[in-house]
Design a binder for this molecule. Sequence first.
Ligand SMILES: *Cc1c(COP(=O)(O)O)cnc(C)c1O
Length: 444
Amino acid sequence: MTTTTSKISTISPFQQRSLDAVWHPCTQMKQHETFPLVPIVRGKGVWLYDADDNGYLDAIGSWWVNLFGHTHPVINAAIKDQLDKIEHVMLAGFTHEPVIALSERLKAITPGNLGHCFYASDGASATEIALKMSFHYWQLAGKSDKTHFVSLQNDYHGETLGALSVTDVAIFKKTYAPLLRPCTHVMTPDWRYANAGQSAESHALRAAAALEEHLAEHHAKTAALIIEPLIQGAMGMGMYHPVYLKRAREICDRYQVHLIADEIAVGFGRTGTMFACEQAEITPDFLCLAKGLSGGYLPLSVVLTTDTVYQGFYHDQSAHAFLHSHTHTGNALACRAALAVLDIFEQDNILETNQIKAKYLNDAATGLLSHPKVVNFRNCGMIWAFEVETKDLQFSHKFFQAGLKQRLLLRPLGNTVYFMPPYIITEEEIDLLVKGTLHILNTL
Ligand SMILES: *Cc1c(COP(=O)(O)O)cnc(C)c1O
């Protein structure tokens, strides 16, 4: 029996099979009665190709994961090589070269003394691991009252129940509120919330003062502050001044509260530095990475932590061990993909060439910046965002559809349009992206 009735005849058998059997994420499935799925059969560079060989410029890196385009020769070759050696072995009691090499390299390139790598498969799981480790550390240290977490207003940390508890995005959270743990969300440093005439920096300092006020009173019960460094992605690419991170680190130290940096979206060069925390010269107690870690190829995430935290669990008694068992922890194929990603960063001087690309895009985008419908045009590293003045509740959906007609993959968050292109985007492709976006704005 078919559960989906197709109201338009343009749905191909391929699309219909998907509607009949696949429950797509973040989607009201009924909308696909009128908006067909895009069937992708192959990808190359920034381009995704559908069944009729139309190319779509993947301007949002396939949900923020793709760093170096699709079917990159270096990553492809690494995975193929690994495939003939060992694809996967359980990581409890076993180890292998890709997971060792990746951990060593992450230890070398991340800030400060982060050096113990705990792996999982997705971002939300990394959040869960960091929260559990922080809580467990304090339990073992005799601070059994530290059972609460603090995050920022508008933060997003994933959608499993623990991660959703520390998330503050109503659309994802509202329905499940009865299942969640209470969490305090302190004032966001996002400069869009600054008072009139207030600078981004002074707003960030005001938000830091609010954090201090909260922790001064509640630190004895607080295990950790979890934040998205520099950019609050899911709530519309809110950007903030690095001074907030500096202050947050000082405040957490002062009150013996862990700082968890969720760099799942911003890690690996998105903000211009390899990791966002570098811009404030801080080291978190836990660093969560996923998305770009494997170049967007394979599900892989990791939590890095300090020697201090690691030693807290290091004990004769097995009850002191950190028990969190992901079946695919440290998957060899995914680790090899991640190693290839780090090779590309080094060999192709990605952070430097990104600066040139970012400048090129900013120069090309002056027409967007000055467009009468555009407000808050902003850029940080390889992320651009702006709000479009509209009252249309269907804006995001209509913009996405109009984008496909321009051969662009853009998927606004509410009325926030953003670009998060693969780093291999060329100047010609940047021109196409800007021109297409302007055309949509002028015709929507
Ligand atoms: C995407 C994201 C997550 C969740 O990652 P998943 O792999 O989707 O579970 C967590 N935190 C941030 C900041 C993210 O952008």
